[in-house]
Design a protein around this ligand. Structure first.
Ligand SMILES: Nc1ncnc2c1ncn2[C@@H]1O[C@H](COP(=O)(O)OP(=O)(O)OP(=O)(O)O)[C@@H](O)[C@H]1O
Length: 368
């Protein structure tokens, strides 16, 4: 079997004056579930099109399986695209859908039949091959769409926001299923999504994009625990991270929030910065305590959203609304005066125009 490492070396692509991909370098490992995640227009689809060979870079080099393919046409690259929303031809049975790319490629019928049988077995869909897409469940349709991509025996397959049109519940089921299929098949999967939760839940590693550049590349855990910048911190995690403007007092390794009595003494004194900064803290790391505690900052309960397993508590801290997550139900009442503390081991400090992170409370290589 061929290795399907995919590598970009300083790749750029513009459309007229729009820079879609800017000096991009990365390496996707063989058998990896790799996600590109970013807001609209951040270059996700362009990256897939460059991998497929539907676009040629203005600069840089693209390698698949160690071989340069920068100028090779799609057919010579052996990567397959699973189309958006897993579109199947509605008038064709599952079998005809899967066979379609082989007919297109004029593969001999006996060979096509053998490949179809092999893929159907791998994906456990032998019993539904006679059905039309309308008579398949969402999960079955997905397996058929993947089968159609796999039947051409690609080294890697690509998916562009494949489940964005499904409703929330089905999306959740589908992504669990996708993760399982990918692990079973052991092929490289490059996956594009604008949904952070989806990227976090399926990816072995993910790249967070902004305007055609990678702002951070790592495991979902790394990206969540040690975001490289304010931009990354805000995109990943739900409810989103709280950002609190304030100042560092380097002599005491102390962060003082603007307009209130919130203070955090840094866990690692050596990291203290200087001047205006923003402190980032995730909702699960904001603790609600008695307002009488000496180390607590004063705040009020502003809004309560009981969600069953946990409650989102919006807290008014000197005019700034912060979010806290509380396990289970809560006896808190609207307007109640409370104290908040932040775990110094779980905070992030961002500074400068670019909002680069210069402190993570948690050590980067915290126990796995
Ligand atoms: N064929 C094209 N012609 C002109 N501009 C293009 C073309 N394709 C993409 N672009 C521009 O390049 C930038 C990146 O687009 P791309 O589709 O790669 O982003 P994306 O992250 O996939 O966005 P979305 O999440 O909206 O699909 C955008 O500004 C887009 O308008």
């Amino acid at each position: 079997m061929t290795m399907a490492e995919i590598e970009f070396v300083n790749v750029s692509k513009s459309y007229g004056k729009t820079v879609a991909v800017k000096d991009l370098s990365f390496r996707i490992a063989d058998n990896e579930f790799f996600c590109f995640f970013g807001p609209p227009s951040s270059g996700k689809t362009t990256i897939l099109r460059l991998i497929l060979g539907l676009e040629t870079p203005d600069q840089g080099e693209i390698r698949i399986g160690g071989k340069e393919v920068t100028l090779l046409p799609p057919a010579a690259r052996n990567v397959a695209m699973v189309f958006q929303n897993l579109a199947l031809f509605p008038h064709m049975t599952a079998r005809e859908n899967i066979r379609f790319p082989l007919v297109e490629r004029k593969v001999a019928p006996a060979v096509a039949e053998a490949r179809l049988a092999a893929v159907a077995e791998k994906l456990h869909i032998g019993h539904i091959l006679h059905k039309l897409p309308a008579h398949l469940s969402g999960g079955e349709r997905q397996r058929v769409a993947i089968a159609r991509a796999l039947v051409v025996e690609p080294n890697a397959y690509l998916m562009d926001d494949p489940i964005s049109a499904l409703d929330a519940r089905l999306r959740e089921e589908t992504r669990v299923e996708l993760k399982r299929i990918q692990a079973e098949l052991g092929r490289t999967l490059v996956y594009v999504t604008h949904d952070q939760e989806e990227a976090m839940s399926v990816a072995d590693r993910m790249a967070v994009l902004e305007q055609g550049e990678i702002r951070q590349l790592g495991s979902p855990r790394d990206v969540y625990m040690t975001p490289a910048s304010r931009y990354v911190a805000r995109l990943v995690g739900s409810p989103p991270i709280n950002l609190i403007p304030g100042r560092m007092d380097p002599a005491q390794s102390l962060f003082r929030a603007d307009g209130g009595d919130l203070r955090v003494t840094l866990a690692n004194r050596a990291q203290a910065g200087n001047g205006a900064v923003e402190l980032g803290v995730r909702p699960e790391d904001v603790r609600i305590v008695s307002p009488d505690r000496a180390d607590a900052a004063h705040a009020e309960v502003y809004e309560l959203q009981p969600l069953g397993g946990f409650t989102i508590v919006d807290v008014n801290y000197g005019g700034l609304i912060l979010r806290a997550l509380v396990q289970g139900q809560t006896a808190l009442r609207l307007g109640e005066r409370i104290g908040i503390t932040l775990d110094p081991a779980r905070i992030h400090l961002f500074s400068g125009e670019d909002g680069r992170a210069f402190v993570h409370g948690a050590p980067t290589n915290a126990a796995a």
